[in-house]
Design a binder for this molecule. Structure first.
Ligand code: CO
Length: 455
């Protein structure tokens, strides 16, 4: 009997999600450089290194140009593609951009060194991914269409298969399941992957977080079900709210048909190095080093960081005793708003609405702008349509948007350039224009320290 080999590929996240999850995204380019050649040799499918938070952190906290970081990484990483995470039409931010910004951003990201672009949308509305996916394809990148995993009466295996197919139709070279809260259980994961593998021809990637303590078990069952790629973080930046450890996964699969072929021995010195980096970052930025498993997310679906934010909001109002009420209000609001997955920015939108309802003691007495916009389709299609009567009660006569939200946004690039010129940067590079588009205030502060003003 011949054993069919099916080596599992690994996306290493130490340069992005690993330190974003466990070190407040504070890793500097200089912390990365000494290990890049070794990481490049290891045989990873991709090295995830770029995304909204890393970009923001470069400009805001580290006085680094994120584009310069990308070019530096590319110089050292000759074999392994650099991967980035893109929020579809939101690019790196929380609001929709015009198509010209999305296209230019993708083009420049690839031009400066990105090889794999993972593209997702908080509402899993494929229309919010299509322009970015098309631009990535045209630029020659590997396009990974991504959907966020959540649990609701609507989110069945069938619904995920439909989504995955839509992403493949739009040109996805692979599909990623993004389980940002660590909700996917091993057996649910097995069934989901098994079903997707029967319907989808492109490779499947699973991205999860250790938050609830399930992640390694889920990966193992997903691998048995045929998943092609799993996202892991080198041990010093693994577990807790990060990914399972790379070395552990490699060891678990060694000698099996799923053997990754990656030699754990060469990862030892790299892990030693990053263990020191983690210690230094924890000390110099005074970070909490909490790697405990938090199983509350399994029932509330509320990501850990958000739980503590909400609790603080209640405390400020002297209403800490209302926390349990808020925990039951959250899922209720989520259902009324059409079961959006709870990921930025929808998690904040649902969370603040629930908090208002509890604090004011009357439901939907005050409705924030973002809640109205979510309900009326400005962020895209909610998984389940919002009940028309309820919708009317919170938006009144405001317009409902049923077409692709960005269709309503006129081009923005020229006016962004104009704004930069008015601030003293008439000759800003296109990369600087895109930094400004992504994080206007933060980028201007960065330019004031690092660019010559020309009035
Ligand atoms: Co993640």
């Amino acid at each position: 009997m011949t054993i069919v080999k099916k080596p599992v590929k690994i996306v290493e996240t130490v340069l992005r999600d690993g330190h974003q999850s466990l070190a407040a995204t504070r890793m500097r380019t200089s912390d990365m450089i000494p290990m890049l050649e070794q990481l490049d040799e290891a045989g990873f499918f991709a090295l995830e290194a770029w995304g909204g938070a890393t970009f923001d952190s470069c400009l805001r906290f580290l006085n680094e140009d994120p584009w310069e970081r990308l070019r530096t990484l590319k110089k050292h990483l000759k074999k392994t593609p650099i991967q980035m995470l893109l929020r579809g039409q939101n690019v790196l931010g929380y609001n929709h951009y015009a198509d010209d910004v999305v296209k230019e951003f993708v083009k420049r990201a690839v031009g400066n060194g990105i090889g794999v672009i993972r593209i997702f949308d908080a509402l899993n509305d494929p229309r919010n991914l299509e322009v970015a996916m098309h631009a990535a394809k045209e630029s020659g990148a590997h396009v990974q269409g991504c959907f966020v995993y959540t649990i609701s009466p609507y989110h069945t295996t069938e619904s995920y298969i439909t989504l995955a197919k839509e992403l493949v139709q739009r040109g996805a070279d692979s599909i990623c399941i993004k389980d940002m809260a660590g909700l996917l259980t091993p057996y649910a994961g097995y069934d989901l992957i098994k079903a997707l593998k029967q319907e989808i021809a492109v490779p499947l990637d699973l991205h999860t977080h250790y938050t609830s303590g399930l992640a390694s078990m889920t990966y193992l069952k997903a691998i048995e079900a045929g998943v092609d790629i799993v996202d892991c973080a080198l041990s010093p930046f693994s577990m807790g709210s990060s990914q399972p450890a790379t070395e552990t996964m490699i060891a678990a699969l060694k000698g099996t048909p799923y053997d990754t072929g990656i030699n754990n021995d060469i990862l030892l010195p790299i892990a030693d190095y990053f263990r020191e980096i983690k210690k230094n970052l924890t000390a110099s930025f005074n970070l909490t080093n909490d790697i405990n498993v938090d199983t509350r997310v399994l029932t509330s679906q509320i990501p850990g960081g958000m739980m503590s934010n909400l609790l603080n909001q209640l405390k400020e109002q002297g209403m800490a005793d209302k926390f349990n009420e808020l925990s039951t209000e959250m899922p209720r609001v989520r259902a009324e708003l059409g079961y959006p997955p709870l990921v930025t920015p929808t998690s904040q939108i649902v969370g603040s609405m629930a908090a208002f309802n509890v604090i004011l003691g009357q439901r939907y007495k005050v409705v924030p702008r973002e809640v109205k916009d979510l309900a009326r389709g400005k962020y895209g299609r909610t998984p389940v349509p919002v009940d028309p009567e309820f919708l009317k009660s919170i938006i009144g006569d405001e317009q409902v948007i049923t077409s692709r939200p960005a269709d309503h946004i006129p081009p923005q690039l020229e006016s962004l350039k104009q704004q930069l010129a008015e601030n003293g940067y008439p000759n800003a590079s296109i990369e600087d224009v895109l930094s400004y588009a992504s994080f206007p205030e933060v980028a201007l502060n960065f330019f004031r320290e690092n660019r010559t003003v020309c009035m």
